[in-house]
Design a protein around this ligand. Structure first.
Ligand code: AHG
Ligand code: MN
Ligand code: MN
Length: 351
């Protein structure tokens, strides 16, 4: 008779040991005596909206969710139907819990103040990229949602102000992303490391699957849109060539991987070790990615996982924002790879 090792193969038994996202957030909250539980409720709202977006994405081929919505956002980009849908769901979920007094979104020109009695006077503001990589939806490739949470700096009895949103990334209370890939995952940090949760759609629950995520210090994946190579500055070009050179001691040539969804590219590099970059170049002097709801949250996560994020010479988290939709070049990922690219940029600063 073949004996079955039920402890390793029985899913139900394994499930017993799993921690849900809700349980984890509450457990963490108890580690901070003064914590009010507000953040737990904000995560609750993000979790709910993520599930709705997950549902739509997973039937994208058959639902009326694929394609352009027919409008452009403030940055002149075609809004996809899913951009609009996700933006509305995140906004509604965050407004309904009454802990957030306003949001800023890639899909909204101005920040949105929540004026309902429930929300007015709340302590937090949230910045989001509701769907990152939205041009990938139509072709069934991974997309994501990025979020960043700050304490407001304006008095709670007054209106929300632009200054509440224009805070340097070092002030983030929490940040994270949801990746809608071959499975859906939520990855977040509150400044105490990075943890990842995988969604079980059969019961609608996120389970802790990646505890205390660490990015390898030395990666061997580089992720950049090389179609723009001719436009890049000399230092970036030299770094790309460095990635492609043979050198056994540093595991080069590195592997090139580029999905075109920051969330998906970042997530892979976080797990495997690597660098993602979107540099500035002649037509795009500040690069493409937005500081407040793309670069800062990813920079916070990268640093919390032991990596780095730079604009080529300065720490992303220390940049002083002046505009809601401001762009910045981004180099993010494994610590030693970000060091290397900065060094190449510095060496060729005048060429
Ligand atoms: P979004 O869909 O939110 O506008 O972001 C798209 C961003 C980012 O996710 C991705 O890495 C980058 O744009 C891709 O740009 P290119 O197509 O220029 O490579
Ligand atoms: Mn984006
Ligand atoms: Mn987007």
């Amino acid at each position: 008779m073949v004996k079955q090792d039920i402890t390793s193969s029985n899913t139900e038994l394994q499930l017993k040991n799993l921690t849900t996202l809700g349980e984890f957030v509450i457990r963490k909250q108890h580690e901070y005596p003064g914590a009010t539980g507000d953040l737990s409720q904000i995560f609750g709202a993000i979790r709910l909206a993520s599930k709705l977006v997950h549902r739509e994405i997973n039937k994208a081929g058959i639902a009326d969710i694929v394609g352009a919505a027919g409008a452009e956002n403030i940055q002149g980009e075609q809004q996809q139907k899913l951009d609009v849908y996700a933006n509305e769901k995140f906004k509604a979920a965050l407004a309904a819990r009454g802990l957030v007094c306003g949001i800023a979104s890639e899909e909204e020109e101005h920040f949105v103040e929540f004026t309902h009695d429930l929300s007015r006077g709340s302590k937090y503001v949230v910045l989001i990229d509701p769907v990152d990589g939205s041009s990938n939806i139509d072709v069934n490739v991974g997309v994501g949602t990025i979020f960043s949470i700050y304490k407001r700096v304006s008095p709670p009895d007054g209106p929300v102000t632009l200054d509440d949103f224009l805070q340097p990334g070092t002030e983030q209370v929490a940040a994270g992303y949801v990746i809608f890939g071959s499975s859906t995952m939520l990855v977040y940090t509150t400044g105490q490391g990075v943890n990842g949760f995988t969604f079980d759609p059969s019961i609608g629950v996120f389970y802790l699957s990646h505890e205390n995520m660490r990015i390898p210090e030395d990666g061997h994946i580089y992720s950049v849109n090389e179609g723009n190579y001719v436009h890049f500055h000399q230092g970036v070009k030299k770094y790309i060539k460095y990635c492609q050179e043979i050198d056994e001691s540093t595991n080069r040539p590195y592997t090139s991987r580029y999905i075109g969804s920051l969330v998906a590219d970042f997530h892979r590099n976080l797990l495997k070790g690597g660098i993602y970059f979107y540099p500035s170049y002649a037509n795009n002097p500040n690069g493409k990615l937005r500081l407040l709801y793309e670069c800062n949250p990813m920079a916070f996560l990268a640093e919390q996982a032991g990596g780095r994020a730079s604009n080529g010479s300065q720490r992303i988290l220390e940049l002083r924002p002046t505009e809601l939709h401001q762009r910045t070049p981004l180099f993010v990922g494994s610590k030693n790879m970000v060091d290397d690219v900065e060094q190449h940029i510095a060496e060729h600063a005048n060429s």
